[in-house]
Design a protein around this ligand. Structure first.
Ligand code: C2E
Ligand code: CA
Ligand code: CA
Ligand code: CA
Length: 278
């Protein structure tokens, strides 16, 4: 018995060492990746349902890894967070996004970009100053930048969270709540947070057409948002049935594969130009 326990313990420790080794290897790769610009921005259109036109793009990060290949955020963001690199990566992405806004403006394209903020980072000080610096450096107007935060982000400390949102708002930057409905205390959150836009999580949109309660939830979220004077966007719209339902419920905007998958920068530029000429 004792022997078995001992060998289990050893196996457990070996497992821990594996895990530590894995994290250390990710750490050096992450540092190198930021220096070598291995992270790539993708852009997914957000479509206004009233005008049927492009409202903005959401920025989604990918990692073109020299050995592991093309990595999706689900494959590396948890390591980024565990290693304490969220802030650095967020800043890197913000810088690239603001630079992109300024480059697109030179092409005559004035399209807002929505950037995801990692929960831990959003609560730290220094974010506003950094954004202010970048906007000045690239001469970008704050109206063209939007931040997406999740409910849990500021839930931690609602008072502090709502102050952060308020200050960003005063700078002219819009803030939206991502994955709405999947966190906790959504309603208390809405009451306290001076946000502009709510994004309904894909999980509700997905089953809406075949599930009465999901349909009811989506309908209610849209009413709630409008009642509070906020805009509402549905995520993960994949079919024309979902689109028609959302239109009939007066949803303001949608995002999803039905319109477009996340695009490379050059495809996003083509997408914008096509919109302008149509
Ligand atoms: P999210 O912010 O909720 O982003 C939406 C995700 O849903 C994206 O996955 C997008 O590609 C995917 N998606 C969009 N439309 C559809 C659809 O119609 N059907 C389906 N099945 N999926 C759809 P992605 O790019 O893999 O990103 C996953 C998550 O990783 C994001 O969820 C976000 O939480 C995080 N993330 C992505 N990029 C960044 C970033 O630059 N910074 C930070 N902090 N987080 C990011
Ligand atoms: Ca998002
Ligand atoms: Ca989302
Ligand atoms: Ca999500």
């Amino acid at each position: 018995q004792a022997k078995r326990l001992q060998s289990q313990n050893l196996a457990y420790r070996a497992g821990m060492e594996d895990e530590t080794a894995r994290l250390i290897s990710w750490e050096s790769e992450l540092l190198a990746a930021m220096q070598k610009n291995e992270f790539v921005l993708y852009f997914q259109p957000q479509i206004n349902l009233r005008s049927n036109q492009l409202d903005a793009f959401e920025v989604l990060v990918r990692w073109q890894h020299p050995q592991k290949g093309f990595l999706m955020p689900g494959q590396f963001l948890s390591f980024v967070e565990q290693l304490g690199f969220s802030r650095q990566l967020d800043f890197w992405i913000l810088q690239r996004a603001i630079q992109t806004i300024s480059e697109w403006r030179q092409l005559g394209l004035h399209v807002p970009l929505a950037v995801n903020m990692s929960p831990l980072h959003f609560q730290q000080d220094g974010l506003k100053q950094k954004i202010q610096e970048l906007l000045m450096q690239y001469k970008v107007s704050p109206e063209l930048l939007e931040l997406e935060i999740t409910e849990n982000t500021a839930m931690h400390d609602m008072e502090k969270g709502s102050n952060h949102v308020m200050e960003l708002q005063q700078m002219g930057i819009r803030v939206s709540i991502d994955d709405f409905g999947t966190g906790y205390s959504s309603l208390a959150y809405l009451r306290r947070m001076p946000i502009d836009k709510i994004k309904i999580d894909r999980s509700f949109v997905m089953d809406m057409a075949g599930n009465d309660s999901d349909m009811m939830i989506v309908k209610t979220m849209i009413k709630l948002a409008h009642g509070l004077g906020k805009r509402i966007l549905a995520e993960g719209v994949e079919t024309s049935i979902q689109l028609d339902l959302l239109k009939s419920m007066s949803c303001d905007a949608v995002q999803g594969y039905h319109f477009s998958k996340p695009l490379t920068e050059s495809d996003a530029i083509i997408y914008c130009k096509r919109q302008l000429s149509s």
